[in-house]
Design a protein. Structure first.
Length: 157
């Protein structure tokens, strides 16, 4: 199976999403070196997994371009069968989608976020969650919130 991963956070600042993706795919590659992984991002710095995986370069660093029209043609070009995103999946995906949601704090604790981010995420994260084949999360609390707030089948999360 050809798996594409939105790895734009892998060359960014150290944060939970970066650590999660690096640890997850590091372990998967160790156990399954035959996996066909394609990491989508900007690779001017280090390539986190060295050789043996494909690094696909986004043409622009714009989040909006990546989410609206850049990713889909690249997925087609590389014949990706499953695309893994964190929080927001590209709007047009020609393959199955796996989504990771660490939390939905913009829903449960909106007082910590500006209204623009809340509005954007309520639309885009919900849409991504509903379209995903499967959703991974890191806690039972978030799993319950996703099932209840987004009306998702329990077996999907």
């Amino acid at each position: 199976m050809r798996i594409g991963v939105d790895g734009h956070v892998l060359n960014g600042k150290f944060q939970g999403s970066r650590t999660y993706l690096a640890e997850l795919y590091g372990a998967l590659l160790k156990e399954n070196p035959e996996l066909e992984l394609h990491f989508f991002g900007h690779w001017d710095k280090e390539k986190p997994f060295g050789k043996g995986v494909q690094y696909v370069e986004y043409l622009s660093s714009s989040r909006w371009k990546r989410l609206t029209y850049q990713t889909s043609p690249l997925i087609k070009k590389y014949n990706i069968e499953l695309f893994h995103s964190t929080y927001i999946a590209p709007l047009s995906l020609p393959c199955a989608s796996l989504l990771t949601l660490h939390d939905i704090l913009f829903e449960t604790d909106p007082q910590y976020f500006d209204r623009g981010l809340i509005s954007r995420n309520k639309i885009l994260v919900r849409r991504s969650a509903r379209k995903a084949l499967e959703i991974h999360t890191i806690s039972e609390y978030t799993r319950r919130n996703l099932v209840e707030r987004y009306n998702l089948p329990e077996e999907k999360v």
